[in-house]
Design a protein around this ligand. Sequence first.
Ligand code: AMP
Length: 279
Amino acid sequence: MKICNTIEEMRAACRAVRRAGKRLGFVPTMGALHEGHLSLVRAAKAGCDVVAASIFVNPTQFGAGEDLAKYPRRFDRDRELLEREGVELVFAPSAEEMYPAGAVTWVTVEGLSDKLDGRSRPGHFRGVATVVAKLFHVVEPDAAFFGQKDAAQVAVIRRMVRDLNFAVEIVACPIVREADGLAMSSRNAYLDGQQRNQALVLHRSLMRVRKLWESGECAAEKLVAAGLKEIAEEESVRLDYFEIVEADSLEPVERAKSGMVVAVAAFVGTTRLIDNILL
Ligand code: AMP
């Protein structure tokens, strides 16, 4: 497994793969890897000849007062995990390498960037779209793999790829959960034992909505009310949003239909967690 710290090295390594006529899959991450990330690597391995992953805690997608400084960084462990999965190329640049001094150019997916997480985290999706566009330019993958866990991110990236004519196939992979239902997240490491237990309410609220939906209820208002009721039962958990939205536009709907996203975000202590299900 080759580790590249500079854009030049990574670009050359990826070019060599494509010149050899091989299909290149790409898995962008912020590291502190868990089974969710590894599921993306496995999907990439299954559909591509060579897999590249990136580990970069992207400063521009964190707001002031968010957890950029304390975000878990476990490069040695991550490297071992990626090597074991058969990843051939790892891109691990510094912030200075990714953002030259005086960089003033941004990618903004208008409208979509203000929905769901973008509403509570202004500037977040501008940072995400910009760094993913930059990574796509460096790697030029045939396919890139993202987790459905970040449903709004998937919508933002798909739209960016369409609008800016990136020649990359975007593959969204299912959410990987702990045995008790908690969606895996690098941020779960922030939770103490009690909070870990309280965090289960996110998944429970989604399951409650799914059950009501499966019983025939389609009114989004009623479905959301059921989810909110479940969240309210865990008093220490502070809701950010609970919405049923159309998967591509992220627009809230009145009638829930198959393929729509039920999405929740909430604070457990100071940790902000997100989860969702596809109806
Ligand atoms: P991150 O390191 O948090 O930026 O995540 C990197 C990629 O892994 C993103 O595409 C995430 O959506 C995906 N991911 C994170 N957690 C999970 C999970 N539990 N299941 C599936 N994919 C995930």
